[in-house]
Design a protein around this ligand. Structure first.
Ligand SMILES: NC(=O)c1ccc[n+]([C@@H]2O[C@H](COP(=O)([O-])OP(=O)(O)OC[C@H]3O[C@@H](n4cnc5c(N)ncnc54)[C@H](O)[C@@H]3O)[C@@H](O)[C@H]2O)c1
Ligand SMILES: O=P(O)(O)OC[C@H]1O[C@H](O[C@H]2[C@H](O)[C@@H](O)[C@@H](O)O[C@@H]2CO)[C@H](O)[C@@H](O)[C@@H]1O
Ligand SMILES: [Mn+2]
Length: 441
């Protein structure tokens, strides 16, 4: 078994990169690295974070070999892990994904509804190209992908690379929820043994066992329904995220069976959310004015001062920890539990085998060994099947260049429903995505 690993971080200029770099430093005794490479197609953006990384590593990881590059051969050769968090089109396109549907009377959101559809149609091609390029240089490396919309990216990659055994799509929202439950209950979330099912950004915790096997879900559900719910890092969250977490209490009052993923608010309460979202100032604006600005300002500050001592915003969080701990579990065959995306194949007994579900899995050197959850009740089955049909039609629309399938996808989405509205949104999105999407006919 190898003792030191090489990692390339794709999307080196991501706002999440500094937090991930800090997680690599914090966990370096658990996942020792020989070499870290940052790769991005945007040289200027990556340079700011890359220079910050040099300062950080000089203080916390001096033995690490580190470079940042825009050259694929340099980036992808001789790698053990590829961590991937790219955003095709950047925040400028995210803003359009959010504002165009809102201007036409539908939810505009990064990964849900029409916004998520538009983003998928940009992400799929770049992610396929990435996997092909990585495989040219590092045929056995593990690709751990965060790139959104992860549900649709996962289905598209599964269709294009059906024999890939070392490609895993992940999301940190479930672990972020577990950390939030931990704060609320005054318990260490690392001790939780969760039972979870659904699609990415579309799932539920059915049970939350503690180390003694006691299910904490009932007490958690009544506490949240009565007192509300906040993220673990509430003090650092923007207003929109606090509102998102508070919607969990509404969902639990209406549907008390299971603890819902926060993203379900857009599908369960599309009219209410539409009335609350500002079509002129969306989450993309909040991020560009907030996290993006703070991260890049603080990275420049650290470089100017030659130390990371005075920078605080680039902290460790669920995002960085999860990806590093997942790689650790693969590297050292730890069989730790994570919530990840895998083909269903009977895990949810009354869903089709090829649905990309999100469930708890043990992660070993062979990858995920997922846990089945049996049959799910009709309400959840109905929601998931409708959402998966939307996701699958989106993937097929991309591969086939089919306008009809794109229209079917948007019509099936619970945030749209009306086919005429779907057509208006689709046409407006096509007009703004000519540089990114395949041509639809
Ligand atoms: N799955 C999850 O739970 C999760 C959590 C957080 C973020 N994300 C995703 O991570 C990604 C990054 O998010 P962000 O908000 O930091 O965005 P960002 O725009 O700050 O960073 C993305 C970076 O990717 C680069 N990039 C774009 N296309 C590329 C390509 N083809 N190859 C290499 N690099 C490319 C950009 O230049 C940019 O520097 C997004 O896809 C986001 O949705 C996912
Ligand atoms: O709107 P953004 O860009 O702030 O976030 C979008 C992402 O939101 C989720 O990620 C959480 C993450 O789970 C948590 O660890 C913490 O760091 O906050 C993030 C949100 O700020 C979601 O899971 C991702 O898929 C989204 O891209
Ligand atoms: Mn996610």
């Amino acid at each position: 078994m190898k003792k030191e690993f090489n990692i390339v971080l794709v999307g080196g200029g991501s706002t999440w990169t500094p937090g991930l770099l800090k997680a690599l430093c914090k966990l370096k005794s658990r996942l020792p690295l020989k070499k870290l490479v940052m790769f991005d197609i945007n040289e200027e953006r990556q340079k700011v974070i890359g220079e910050f990384a040099k300062v950080l590593f000089s203080e916390s990881y001096p033995e690490l070999e580190f470079i940042y590059t825009t050259d694929k051969a340099t980036a992808f050769s001789d790698m053990d892990f590829i961590f991937c968090q790219m955003r095709t089109g950047g925040y400028a396109m995210r803003e359009k994904d959010e504002k165009i549907p809102l201007s036409l009377g539908a939810i505009g959101q990064e990964t849900c509804g029409a916004g998520g559809f538009a983003y998928s149609m940009r992400s799929i091609g770049d992610m396929i190209e990435l996997v092909e390029q990585v495989r040219q240089y590092s045929p056995d490396a593990w690709i751990l992908n965060y790139t959104n919309p992860a549900a649709i990216v996962a289905d598209a990659l599964n269709k294009r690379f059906p024999d890939e055994k070392r490609l895993l799509n992940i999301c940190d929202q479930p672990v972020n929820l577990l950390r939030s439950y931990g704060r609320l209950l005054g318990r260490d979330p690392a001790t939780f043994d969760p039972v979870y099912f659904g699609l990415n950004h579309f799932g539920w915790f059915t049970h939350l066992y503690d180390e003694q096997g006691q299910d904490l879900a009932p007490v958690l559900k009544s506490f949240i329904a009565e007192n509300g719910f906040k993220p673990v890092d509430a003090e650092q969250r923007d207003k929109s995220w606090l509102e998102t977490y508070s919607a969990v209490a509404d969902m639990l009052r209406d549907f008390p069976d299971y603890l819902p993923n926060t993203y379900l608010q857009y599908y369960l309460y599309p009219e209410y959310k539409l009335s609350k979202l500002d079509p002129h100032y969306t989450r993309a604006n909040e991020v560009m004015d907030g996290r993006e600005k703070r991260v890049f300002d603080e990275c420049r500050q650290a470089v100017a001062e030659g130390t990371t001592r005075n920078v605080h915003v680039v902290h460790n969080d669920a995002h960085g920890d999860m990806i590093v701990e997942l790689a650790e579990s693969i590297a050292f065959n730890l069989k730790k539990k994570f919530i990840v995306m895998v083909p269903n194949q009977g895990l949810v007994e009354n869903l089709d085998d090829d649905v990309m579900v999100e469930v708890t899995a043990e992660i070993s050197c062979h990858g995920p060994r997922p846990y089945g959850v049996g049959k799910i009740p009709v309400f959840y089955k109905g929601l998931i099947e409708q959402q998966f049909a939307y996701e699958r039609l989106t993937v097929e629309a991309w591969f086939e260049g089919s306008y009809t399938k794109a229209l079917q996808a948007l019509t099936l989405n619970r945030t749209i429903v009306d086919a005429k509205k779907a057509r208006r949104i689709l046409d407006a999105l096509i007009a703004e995505n000519k540089a990114w999407w395949p041509e639809l006919h």
